[in-house]
Design a binder for this molecule. Structure first.
Ligand SMILES: Cc1cc2nc3c(=O)[nH]c(=O)nc-3n(C[C@H](O)[C@H](O)[C@H](O)COP(=O)(O)OP(=O)(O)OC[C@H]3O[C@@H](n4cnc5c(N)ncnc54)[C@H](O)[C@@H]3O)c2cc1C
Length: 322
């Protein structure tokens, strides 16, 4: 019996340009696994809207895997414990995964690495975070010089194709039922607006990209008009890794025209991840101490009004509701 290779899927819910999946497919039978791990990110675990998205993205990914003769195994718990259990059940010793940079994911990677052979690949950024450095080997703390240095290394490598097939393990270990995870809102079901606007999953991401490439050259101007559909709306697809930034870069650049402003926004995405890497407490501490002096109003009612799009300022409320 050949032991399968685990592909540990996280916020990289796609088959195309997925270096971990491609590498595993070359080695032997593949066991694609998604672990719903609410323990490791603790208070930063996914909120309700993200869970709605995740549910549909997992349905889409499983359907796409089945077309290749494979399927998605769902498990819940701490990542390293779940993967260690799968090792015991299936004999799988090696895990391939794309690298993620949030502190809790790096902790999880260390823990998984102690239980199994973990092979990490890049692919969720234009360049691996931490690799774009000044001449003195320091990280950049201002966008423009970071972007100039990143552009020197562009284009990113061409996207990897979807593997033509995935070898199935001799037997499939048990999977949770997705419906049992209760990711969708029911009481009340407030997701109607999201269902109307979005199609989570790799197919939906690709359709968004296809609809956008012809408009990318006008992005610099139209993105500023709230009444236009000037932006790509790829953000949640990128967040869940349903499409890679390299795929977006190549498709947009190939469309021609002046697309630098749009590509620069993909650069901002890389930049933000680099900032978080050098300042892991960026979520709750000012990067520049001068901002500690900022005098905030203590106005909880106003905050709630803003969060709910009920400030009475139409442009502010429209933006929040969108
Ligand atoms: C006029 C204007 C002002 C904006 N002001 C802010 C702001 O003050 N703070 C802020 O965080 N965002 C700001 N943004 C970014 C923007 O609001 C969000 O990134 C957007 O909601 C994502 O929608 P999209 O997927 O259609 O992005 P697009 O505009 O199509 O951009 C493509 C992708 O680039 C990345 N990207 C774009 N902008 C940013 C960014 N600022 N940081 C990191 N990655 C980015 C995202 O992954 C995005 O999906 C602004 C955008 C515009 C057009």
């Amino acid at each position: 019996m050949t032991a399968p290779v685990i592909v540990w899927l996280r916020r990289d819910l796609r088959l195309a340009d997925h270096a971990a999946l491609t590498a595993a497919a070359r080695i032997g039978p593949v066991l694609p696994v998604y672990v719903l791990d609410d323990h490791t990110p603790r208070h930063r675990r996914m909120g309700a809207a993200s869970r709605w998205w995740l549910h549909h993205s997992l349905v889409s990914l499983d359907a796409d895997l089945r077309k290749l003769g494979s399927r998605l195994i769902l498990r819940r718990g701490k990542s390293h414990e779940v993967l260690a259990a799968l090792r015991r059940e299936t004999g799988a010793r090696t895990v391939h995964a794309l690298r993620h940079y949030e502190p809790w994911w790096r902790n999880a990677e260390r823990a998984v690495g102690k239980a199994l052979d973990l092979v990490l690949h890049d692919g969720n950024f234009l360049a691996p975070p931490g690799s774009v450095l000044t001449g003195a080997g320091q990280p950049y703390r201002i966008f423009t010089p970071f972007w100039r240095a990143l552009v020197e290394r562009m284009p990113p490598p061409p996207p990897l194709p979807v593997p033509q097939s995935l070898g199935a393990p001799t037997f499939w270990p048990e999977s949770d039922r997705l419906d049992d995870w209760d990711l969708l809102p029911t009481k009340p079901d407030w997701a109607g607006g999201m269902r109307a606007e979005w199609t989570p999953g790799e197919g939906g991401a690709r359709a968004r990209l296809d609809a956008f490439v012809g408009k990318a050259a006008r992005y610099a101007e139209t993105r500023n008009l709230p009444t236009s559909e000037g932006t790509s709306r790829l953000s949640p697809h990128l967040h869940f890794g349903e499409i890679s930034p390299a795929t977006i870069w190549h498709a947009t650049a190939a469309a021609g025209g002046s697309v630098d402003t749009f590509l620069g926004e993909l650069g901002w995405r890389d930049y933000a991840q680099n900032v978080i890497l050098q300042l892991p407490d960026y979520g709750h501490r000012n990067a520049r101490p001068a901002y500690d002096q900022l005098g905030w109003r203590d106005a909880p009612d106003d905050l709630v009004a803003w969060q709910q799009g009920r400030t009475g300022y139409p442009i502010v409320d429209a933006g929040m509701r969108e």
